[in-house]
Design a protein. Structure first.
Length: 380
C-alpha cells in the first residue's frame, strides 16, 4: 500500500514510519513555550505510536527559547555567535520539554543533534541511519534538531525543512509532515483574494517553485515556502511523500490528515520513484564540491542512462578530489545530475574533451572507464 492522500499519513499500512517537523513559531509564542499546544501534538504522536507507526520528530525552537532566556535581540538571530549561544541554552530546555511530555505517555525520547556534514558524508550518514533504526526498534521517539551551536553559516542546513527530508531518507521513512504557519502551497500569496491551495503536487517543477515566497511568515524561523519545496524535492528522490500543513490549530495532525487540509507532494511517477539508498543520498545532497559542465551530446547520453565520459566535458568548476560529490550541468547552467567524481579536478582538466585513447598519455596512468560512472550518479 502506498500513500495517495493526506489521510494515508495516519495509516500504519501506508505510512509505517512518519517524520513530523515542528516549526519555531509553533513551539514558541510571545509568552514563551506553547505548552498546551505541544501537549496536544504529543498526544497525537502517542496515538500514532499506539496504532503501530514509528514517529521521528524534527523540532525547531532551540534558538528562540535560548534567545528569550538570554535576552538576545532579534530572536537570537542577530549574529552567528548569538544564534550559537542561544541554541546552546535553548536546546537543553527543548529536549527536556519533549522528554517530559512524551514520558507522560510512557514513551522514551531520544535527542539527536545533526549537522549538514553528518548527512552529507556517506559514512556519517550511514551511522545516523543505524542509530535511528536502533532507537525506533527500541521503541523510542527520536527528537532531532540541527546542531546550531557548532554549525557555521557555510556548513549548515539553515532550516529544518530540508533537515527533515534528509532525516526521512536516512531513516527510510514513508512520509514527512511539515507543520508550519501555512495551510500548504497556494498558487499565489495566500493573503491575496482568490488564492487557491494546491491539494496535491506530483513532482516539483519550475512552475511550482514560482509560487513560493522565500521568507518565514512568522519571522521567527529560518525557513519559508522555498525551503519546503526543496525538502519536497529531496523526499521525492527517495520515493517519500511530503505534506505541508498548518500547525497553528489544536490537534494539527488530525486537522491536516483527517480533514485533508494541506498540500501533499508525491513523486512524479504514479508508481513512485525510489532511488536506491546511495543514489537517494547523492540526489538529496545540499553541498557539492564542484561541477562538470557537459555538451549537448553528453547530456543526451546521460538521459539514456550512460556514464559521463571526458570527451563530453567542456568545463570543470571548483576544487574536488576523487570520490567527492559534484554536479553535472549543461552549458546553460541547469543541473542534470549529481555524481561521485572518478578523478580530482586537476585530472579532469587534463582530460576534458579528450577521447579515451588520448587519456593515458595525459594522465600518466591508465584512464578509468568514466569521469562519473552511471552507477555513482543520479539524474536530477
Amino acid at each position: 500500500m502506498t500513500i495517495a492522500r493526506l489521510s494515508d499519513l495516519t495509516s500504519k499500512a501506508a505510512c509505517p514510519r512518519l517524520v513530523v517537523k515542528v516549526g519555531s513559531s509553533l513551539l514558541v509564542g510571545s509568552g514563551g513555550v506553547r505548552r498546551d499546544w505541544l501537549q496536544g501534538l504529543v498526544t497525537e504522536i502517542a496515538a500514532a505510536r499506539a496504532r503501530g507507526q514509528d514517529v521521528i520528530v524534527v523540532s525547531s525552537g532551540a534558538i528562540a527559547l535560548g534567545a528569550a532566556r538570554l535576552g538576545l535581540e532579534k530572536g537570537g538571530r542577530g549574529s552567528l555567535a548569538d544564534a550559537q549561544a542561544a541554541a546552546a541554552v535553548g536546546q537543553i530546555a527543548l529536549s527536556g520539554l519533549w522528554a517530559e511530555l512524551l514520558a507522560a505517555h510512557g514513551i522514551t525520547a531520544a535527542q539527536l543533534l545533526l549537522t549538514l556534514e553528518d548527512l552529507e558524508d556517506r559514512r556519517r550518514y550511514l551511522n545516523a541511519t543505524a542509530t535511528l533504526t536502533r532507537l525506533l526498534d527500541a521503541g523510542a521517539v527520536p527528537v532531532i534538531n540541527e546542531n546550531d551551536s557548532v554549525a557555521t553559516q557555510e556548513i549548515r542546513f539553515g532550516d529544518n525543512d530540508r533537515l527533515a527530508a534528509r532525516v526521512a531518507q536516512a531513516a527510510r521513512a514513508s512520509a514527512v509532515l511539515l507543520l508550519s504557519d501555512v495551510d500548504g502551497l497556494f498558487d499565489t500569496n495566500p493573503a491575496n483574494p482568490g488564492a487557491r491551495r494546491l491539494e496535491e503536487v506530483r513532482g516539483v517543477t519550475a512552475e511550482i517553485h514560482a509560487m513560493a515566497s522565500g521568507g518565514s511568515a512568522s519571522g521567527m524561523g529560518s525557513g519559508g515556502m522555498t525551503s519546503k519545496l526543496q525538502a519536497a524535492e529531496i523526499a521525492e528522490r527517495a520515493g517519500i511523500a511530503l505534506a505541508i500543513a498548518s500547525g497553528l490549530h489544536d490537534a494539527p495532525i488530525e486537522r491536516a490528515c483527517g480533514q485533508g487540509i494541506g498540500t501533499l507532494f508525491l513523486p512524479k511517477d504514479v508508481r513512485g520513484r525510489k532511488d536506491a539508498g546511495r543514489k537517494a543520498w547523492l540526489g538529496g545532497r545540499l553541498r557539492l564540491k564542484g561541477a562538470l559542465v557537459v555538451d549537448a551530446g553528453a547530456a543526451k547520453a546521460l538521459e539514456r542512462g550512460g556514464s559521463l565520459l571526458a570527451a563530453g566535458i567542456v568545463r570543470v568548476e571548483g576544487e574536488f578530489q576523487r570520490g567527492d560529490a559534484v554536479a553535472v550541468q549543461n552549458e546553460q547552467g541547469a543541473v542534470l545530475a549529481h555524481g561521485l567524481a572518478e578523478y580530482d579536478a586537476a585530472d579532469c582538466l587534463r582530460v576534458l574533451g579528450r577521447k579515451n585513447a588520448e587519456q593515458a598519455e595525459l594522465l600518466g596512468y591508465a584512464p578509468r572507464s568514466a569521469v562519473v560512472h552511471r552507477d555513482q550518479m543520479v539524474l536530477i
